[in-house]
Design a protein around this ligand. Structure first.
Ligand code: MN
Length: 309
């Protein structure tokens, strides 16, 4: 069995790619199954409800000894489920600039810096002349729209636009589909705040320090952050403790306004990110009028911490 999977608690991109790519493999006569571990976010839940389908299984525990793996939207060994042996990974499809692929000695690698991994999978399906199920098409389309913030995100490429256009031509969707999908992510409350932030939180060691960056992509960002400020501080403090972080930071993306708010809750983190972002007067809540995703922030943080002796 080939398990097609992504990182722990995958976002819509990872889920969509696993579902659609498994369909292609099965059509080619390979036994493949889309699986995930961890939790799924609000956006996946929106597409699941819209399509009434989620053909990816939650996996816990060990995999059978003869298993092989394909990683989508993920090529970072640190994010890998511990039961997955890197030597058994036969293929990787990813679009992240920071990848540590050396450990995957047996994997065929497609790593291209487009806005969404779903774009790479869609192009593969097109090359194979394979039209997946309606559900898989909607998952892929939604993933591209989500990852590129409806093409407003600077990581968006022409390839993302044409892949989305192609997918959109294959299915009927209501006019307000994209708006509804984005709004589904905005339902931040006192009760789900920790869960939502934790769901899209990444931490890693850099030069002996542990750095964590969360990312939320919502509508009405300013209003939400103001309304939930006290809970947000408590949530970030909690994650910092649980994850033993030296620095913690939150990147908030407003999907409608197309702007970004950086949140820091302590002086040391603020100092680090002030240097990394080259913003000397970085505020506790600091807004810039364009979209900067976490994946654009990481290399800047790397640069600052790695130059420090
Ligand atoms: Mn992605």
């Amino acid at each position: 069995m080939i398990f097609v999977t992504s990182y722990d608690s995958p976002d819509l991109d990872g889920v969509a790619c696993a579902i659609a790519y498994s369909e292609l493999l099965n059509k080619e006569g390979k036994k493949a199954k889309a699986v995930y571990y961890g939790e799924l976010g609000l956006e996946v839940e929106f597409v699941r409800q819209f399509t009434d389908s989620l053909s990816i299984e939650q996996y816990t525990g060990a995999f059978p000894p003869d298993s092989q793996f394909i990683l989508v939207d993920s090529a970072d060994p640190d994010q890998l489920e511990k039961n997955i042996i890197p030597e058994k990974v036969i293929e990787i499809i990813d679009h992240h600039p920071l990848t540590f692929t050396d450990v995957f000695v047996n994997a065929q690698k497609t790593i291209e810096l487009v806005g969404s991994c779903a774009t790479l999978v869609t192009e593969r399906l097109q090359r194979e002349n394979f039209i997946p199920s309606r559900e898989a098409i909607i998952y892929l389309y939604s993933a591209i729209i989500s990852n590129t913030a409806n093409f407003k995100n600077p990581i968006t490429t022409e390839r993302d636009r044409s892949a989305a256009l192609y997918l959109r031509s294959l299915v009927e969707l209501p006019d307000d589909y994209v708006k509804e999908m984005f709004s589904s992510k905005s339902k931040l409350t006192k009760d789900n705040l920790y869960e939502v932030i934790f769901q899209d939180f990444f931490a890693k060691p850099i030069n002996g320090k542990r750095v964590g960056i969360g990312q939320i992509e919502i509508v009405d960002l300013d209003e939400t952050v103001t309304r939930l400020w006290d809970e947000l501080v408590v949530t970030l403090e909690r994650i910092r403790k649980e994850d033993k972080l030296d620095y913690i930071f939150l990147v908030g993306i407003d999907l409608y306004k197309g702007h970004t708010m950086f949140v820091s809750i302590d002086e040391e983190s603020r100092e680090l990110f002030s240097k990394a972002l080259s913003v000397p007067d970085l505020k506790t809540k600091h807004t810039i009028d364009f979209i900067m995703m976490r994946k654009q922030v990481w290399p800047k943080v790397d640069a600052v911490l790695e130059n420090r002796s």
